[in-house]
Design a protein around this ligand. Structure first.
Ligand SMILES: [Zn+2]
Length: 211
């Protein structure tokens, strides 16, 4: 067999590493602050019958980024140009980082998306239209979307709290990362921007489940 040159050897190593990553690790995505809106609030802010404009699909099937932006406000300040994620939900909510919550002057709990009972309210504004919500702000709890096949392979149960080591430029172990198993998901870990900055996240960062 002819000796490999250094270029060929590098390509082989890269291929093996990427296959091992896919088998042993899970890709991480960082979710920025965003809102989900109910039908009624879309109509109040944008007009009767208005349909939000999809501009980009997210990794989870059926979820998308909208072209429209909103301002969200609390007693201490506002965050402008906040992205709306579709599709519409049954209840309006805002998912922000802890740093954002300091800017707004509110103290939201850390929750999984959709779990908004007993959470602080906020104001949503688009142009001259505003809605005062009496609840709906959360700090998104980090979580792993995982398919049943990957869950079986990685020995993960639905709702299990996992410890994950995220291999950013300054690796961090995040405990209490909640697994959510569904055939409607694609396998990704979601962290917020505070967590992303803490671990030196860049696109293409992977993590490993440690037990
Ligand atoms: Zn998610």
């Amino acid at each position: 067999m002819e000796a490999l040159n250094s270029y060929q050897a590098d390509r082989i190593v890269e291929a093996v590493v990427s296959q091992l990553k896919a088998k042993l690790m899970v890709e991480v995505e960082a979710s920025g602050r965003h809102v989900h809106l109910c039908r009624q609030d879309v109509e109040t802010l944008f007009g009767k019958g208005y349909q939000l404009t999809e501009v980009r699909e997210l990794s989870q099937p059926g979820q998308f980024v909208c072209a429209e932006r909103v301002t969200i406000s609390g007693p201490k300040g506002s965050l402008h140009n906040v992205v709306i994620l579709g599709p519409e939900r049954s209840e309006t909510q805002a998912e922000i980082s802890m740093t954002d919550s300091l800017a707004l002057g509110i103290k939201p709990p850390v929750r999984l998306s959709g779990d908004i009972d007993n959470t602080p309210g906020f104001t949503i504004t688009v142009g001259d239209k505003s809605i005062v919500k009496d609840k709906g702000v959360i700090i998104a709890k980090r979580h792993m979307h995982i398919t049943p096949e990957d869950a079986e392979r990685l020995n993960v149960k639905d709702r299990e709290a996992l410890s994950i080591k995220v291999f950013g430029s300054r690796p961090v172990v995040f405990q209490d990362t909640i697994a959510r198993v569904s055939k409607d998901f694609r396998t990704y870990v979601h962290i917020d921007y505070d967590e992303a900055n803490a671990c030196g996240f860049t696109k293409g960062t992977f993590c490993r489940i440690i037990r």
